[in-house]
Design a protein around this ligand. Structure first.
Ligand code: ATP
Ligand code: MG
Length: 457
């Protein structure tokens, strides 16, 4: 069912139907209660008449309503009355002129007062009451009273006209409102539905127009727009990454080609050839480092991570120990300041990789004879790992740029790394709901921090 149909059905058709049913049910009850009131009036009148229809002169049976001094005042309640002998012979009736209630059928009224709705001889609907009244000498007479249903029917007509008119009006207003509302809503949804094929077609620049209603559809729009914005950023970042990667690959390949061309141009001595090969070997190292880094970066896109309850202190200790030998070789000392345990929900391998990037940078930048300090402490709902060295440090204005892929710093040496390490560390931190950042300079060297929440929600 379309949204428009659904809204009209549930917002207008069903309420209108319910209202109609309620009005009909109320009408039926109302008519019943009017009829009951008429029945009570007829029974009361019958009670009055049956007390003493034989107290006239020579016991002649008569009806009191005909003689009542109030008859004109009670006329609207005054029923037609007739008194018959059991044989069907009419004895008395009221009013004097006009239609007389029909004679009773044989045996009618014998089982007690009998009420019924019937059509009178003049075609009008009446409510009739038949009662058997016994004369003091034992003869049974049949008293018949008929109240007109005209007034009741007129009241009911008025009721139906008023209520059904109201139902029709309310239904029309409901339909109009729901139709307009549903139209607006389905247009807004259609706007978004129309947006998706554009996205599939690759038109990421197209923007959804703003929607100020503040309802759920507007929220959906905002969410869609935000998702688009992120997709756009991700696409740009990916394009930049590919362009940079291509550039980075071209440089060592170009250097290698030049070196080989030079080596091939004329007869070279074995030493010269060895030198050329060593140069090419250096470029191959760069290329394989770059390939490994790119693979690391691709691994970050893995859909599922092996996140489990682990010990961050243990991961930091393992990472530091793995770099111990390299640090020693460069005349560096790694100093650890770790708690016994630091339980956290982490992907151990990924965190290890993030720390490796910090440590390898620190070892590359620290001057021989200095110390690299690795600390782990609680901070807020997580832990902060800090890696400090006493190298040249990072200028404050490059604090963010060093985390960009392929950025190698303004003072980068030609043979430096791929420039991907820090961006990988930051991506890993973010996947853990944490952050990676450069601690503002406190003295000599650089301090990089990794904050990881204890639990990822
Ligand atoms: N401890 C440090 N001291 C000084 N500069 C640093 C330090 N760590 C990183 N940098 C600067 O940040 C840049 C980016 O570092 P990043 O680790 O991302 O790349 P890289 O080390 O050059 O290459 P790789 O991808 O092989 O790690 C470095 O080139 C360097 O200029
Ligand atoms: Mg690095």
């Amino acid at each position: 069912m379309r949204v428009r149909t659904r809204l009209v059905v549930f917002g207008a058709a069903l309420p209108a139907l319910a209202l109609l049913l309620a009005v009909v049910a109320a009408g039926v009850v109302f008519r019943l209660s009017l009829l009951r009131a008429l029945d009570r009036a007829l029974l009361a009148q019958a009670a009055v008449e049956s007390v003493s229809p034989f107290d006239g002169p020579q016991n002649a049976p008569h009806l009191h309503l005909g003689h009542s001094p109030l008859v004109d005042d009670v006329r609207s309640f005054a029923p037609r009355e007739a008194l018959y002998r059991a044989t069907g012979e009419l004895v008395a009736h009221f009013p004097e002129n006009g239609r007389i209630p029909d004679p009773p059928a044989p045996g009618e009224g014998e089982g007690g007062p009998q009420l019924s709705t019937r059509t009178a001889s003049d075609g009008r609907p009446v409510r009739a009451l038949v009662v058997v009244v016994r004369a003091p000498w034992g003869e049974p007479y049949v008293l018949k009273l008929e109240g007109s249903l005209g007034e009741l029917d007129a009241t009911m007509r008025l009721y139906w006209q008023a209520t059904l008119g109201l139902v029709a009006l309310v239904s029309a207003v409901l339909f109009a409102l729901q139709w307009a509302q549903a139209g607006r809503m389905s247009r807004r949804i259609a706007d978004m539905t129309g947006y998706l094929p554009k996205l599939r077609g690759g038109d990421l620049e197209w923007r959804l127009p703003a929607d100020g209603t503040g309802d759920e559809i507007a929220d959906l729009r905002v969410a869609l727009a935000e998702a688009m914005e992120r997709l756009l950023l991700a696409r740009d970042a990916q394009e930049r990454l590919i362009a940079n990667a291509a550039h980075e690959l071209r440089t060592p390949l170009g250097v290698m080609r030049t070196e080989m061309d030079l080596a091939l141009r004329k007869e070279r001595s074995a030493d010269e050839l060895r030198q050329a090969l060593a140069g090419a070997r250096g470029e191959v190292d760069r290329l394989s480092n770059l390939a490994a880094r790119l693979l690391d970066l691709a691994a970050l896109g893995k859909v599922t991570w092996q996140r489990s309850e682990g010990d961050l202190a243990l991961v930091v200790r393992d990472a530091a120990e793995a770099y111990e030998a390299e640090a020693e070789g460069r005349g560096l000392a790694i100093e650890l300041d770790l708690p016994a345990q630091a339980p956290a929900e982490i992907d151990v391998q990924m965190i290890r990789q993030a720390l490796d990037n910090y440590l390898s940078n620190a070892i590359a930048h620290a001057p021989s004879g200095s110390a690299i300090r690795v600390g782990l402490e609680q901070e807020g709902e997580g832990y902060r790992v800090t890696v400090r060295d006493e190298g040249e440090g990072v200028p404050a204005e490059e604090a963010e740029r060093v985390f960009e892929p392929f950025y190698r710093g303004s003072k980068a040496k030609k043979a430096a790394g791929a420039g991907l390490g820090l961006s990988i560390t930051r991506a890993i931190a973010r996947r853990h709901g944490g952050k990676a950042y450069l601690v503002p300079r406190e003295g000599r060297g650089a301090a990089f921090a990794l904050w990881i929440p204890r639990r990822v929600w």
